[in-house]
Ligand binder design. Structure first.
Ligand code: AMP
Length: 284
């Protein structure tokens, strides 16, 4: 696996690969500190059968003031070994100056509406930071496909919307969430949990799963189930931001929405970790 930190080198390497027939080009964007969830994205990218480009960049623009930008774990050497092992061809690990050559981004990409609900209501500017950096990555790499985790379901919906609205020639693929044996979604932020919090953390998935199962079984009072779920998580030690049943595009379900199109999503704090998770109602 080759690692590059400059856009010019990235483009040269991809151009060479394309001209020797290594296509399609698949992109897996990450912030590093890689775990099994990221590797699942690389595995999904393998199914495209072409060149796999991964990126590692802790994007300052997507951290709201007071969030964990400074303390976010940076483990590039270990990440390189994991990506090479997973069969990634090319790693793009730019510096902040390379990604934002004029300092302040100046030009920002914003998906109206979808960026302001759910997580967006609690993380000012977060999704604008994500869409800005992902649009840069799409311009830098010019991938045919890009892979994102369903773990960050709102991010996936926002990026799909951005790509569609701006006619970006890239197919955005979602990959199901990887979980620890006890159901907790794998995440770099799990390492902020102490031992007691780690024991309590799987209640998040268990609560979402049980609501999704009740919806699948025909229960339809979403507000009541959500409020029960929030109470259960609060009792387990979470400081809840939201727990909601939404449709696949994150709208409140309209009467008659197909049960299989529904998803249960939540975010809350456990100690100093902000945990998010979501499950599709159709999943068993
Ligand atoms: P991050 O490095 O946290 O920005 O995540 C990079 C990509 O990996 C995003 O598309 C995430 O949705 C995805 N990802 C993170 N955790 C998981 C997980 N547990 N399962 C599947 N994908 C994940």
């Amino acid at each position: 696996m080759q690692t590059v930190s400059r856009v010019a080198d990235l483009r040269r390497a991809i151009g060479t690969a394309r001209s020797s027939g290594r296509e399609p080009v698949a992109l897996v964007p990450t912030m590093g500190n890689l775990h099994a969830g990221h590797i699942a994205l690389v595995e999904a990218a393998h199914s495209a059968g072409g060149l796999i480009v991964a990126s590692v960049f802790v994007n300052p623009l997507q951290f709201a003031p007071g969030e964990d930008y400074e303390q976010y774990p940076r483990t590039l050497e270990i990440d390189q070994a994991k990506l090479a092992e997973a069969g990634v061809d090319l790693l793009f690990a730019p510096t902040e100056a390379e990604m934002y050559p004029n300092g302040d981004p100046g030009t920002r990409v914003r998906v109206e509406g979808l960026s302001d609900i759910l997580c967006g209501a609690y993380r000012a500017g977060h999704f604008d930071g994500v869409t800005t950096v992902v649009s840069k990555l799409f311009n830098q790499v010019a991938p045919d496909l890009a892979f994102f985790g369903e773990k960050d379901y709102q991010q996936l919906v926002v990026i799909r919307r951005m790509a569609a609205d701006l006619h970006m020639p890239v197919a955005v693929h979602g990959v199901p969430t990887m979980r620890e044996a006890d159901g907790l979604a794998t995440s770099s932020r799990n390492q902020y949990l102490d031992a007691d919090e780690r024991r309590a953390a799987p209640v998040l998935y268990a609560t979402l799963r049980s609501i999704a199962d009740r919806v699948a079984a025909g229960e339809s009072d979403f507000a009541a189930m959500a409020s029960e779920g929030r109470a259960r998580l609060t009792a387990a030690g979470f400081r809840m931001e939201y727990l909601e049943v939404r449709d696949a595009d994150l709208r409140p379900p309209a009467p008659g929405t197909e049960i299989g199109d529904l998803r249960v999503l939540a975010a809350g704090w456990l100690g100093r970790a902000r945990l998010i998770d979501n499950v599709p109602v159709s999943e068993k």
